[in-house]
Design a binder for this molecule. Sequence first.
Ligand SMILES: NC(=O)c1ccc[n+]([C@@H]2O[C@H](COP(=O)([O-])OP(=O)(O)OC[C@H]3O[C@@H](n4cnc5c(N)ncnc54)[C@H](OP(=O)(O)O)[C@@H]3O)[C@@H](O)[C@H]2O)c1
Length: 212
Amino acid sequence: MKIAIIGTGRLGSTLGKIWAKKGHTIMFGSQDPQKAIKLANSIGSNATGGTYEEASKHSEVIILAVPYSGAKESIKKAGDLEGKIIVDSTTTAAPHLGGPSIEPAPSAAEKVAKWAVGAKVIKTVHTIGVESLNKTQFGSQQASLFVCGDDLDAKSKVKQLGLDLGFEVIDVGPLINARLIEPLGMLWIELAYKQGMGTDIAFKLLRRRKAK
Ligand SMILES: NC(=O)c1ccc[n+]([C@@H]2O[C@H](COP(=O)([O-])OP(=O)(O)OC[C@H]3O[C@@H](n4cnc5c(N)ncnc54)[C@H](OP(=O)(O)O)[C@@H]3O)[C@@H](O)[C@H]2O)c1
């Protein structure tokens, strides 16, 4: 798949490196294109770098790997997103940790869908720490990755990217259900940092019967 990574911070650079190794074509987008080019050069032949707009234009799937506070502006910089698949990976902070609202609705993902006119938005990745990407096995248990979105074809492509990272992928239904899974990201942050469990933790959906 041709994947744009918008934002070359911890999440963006880690995802890009893993997916490039899996054979995907990565274009990093940065506010500082030289940073994106340097990162791409450190990865190899199937990675390039440029601006947010250049990366988005050349890709089918766009990973929004920027803080939620910078999401609206980053989407604007990405240009025309008609028909593109956008993965919203943002974790919003809980209200008592300085988050924006005590209302679970609308979710960050729904706001991203409003800003990214014509794009197919999928919510995922926000419930796991960057340290566990590609290290998804916890003893005998495989960590779960929760994914939701309205466009089934777009969601199936993003689910494949989740499988490429080594997760058990859980389809949580339509994008409105981001209201249910976004708080899990806040819970992860609370447990990892405030409750002192550290970042080597992940969520797992337990089932008695085998998945359909
Ligand atoms: N780190 C994790 O473990 C993790 C896990 C799951 C989800 N997430 C989510 O992924 C997103 C990125 O997290 P991260 O850890 O990669 O953060 P980070 O290391 O701080 O990188 C964020 C990147 O976003 C870009 N950016 C665009 N607008 C920005 C703004 N207004 N302020 C700051 N940076 C801005 C910058 O890249 P350029 O300079 O290249 O444009 C920056 O390097 C966040 O929404 C976070 O909640 C993170």
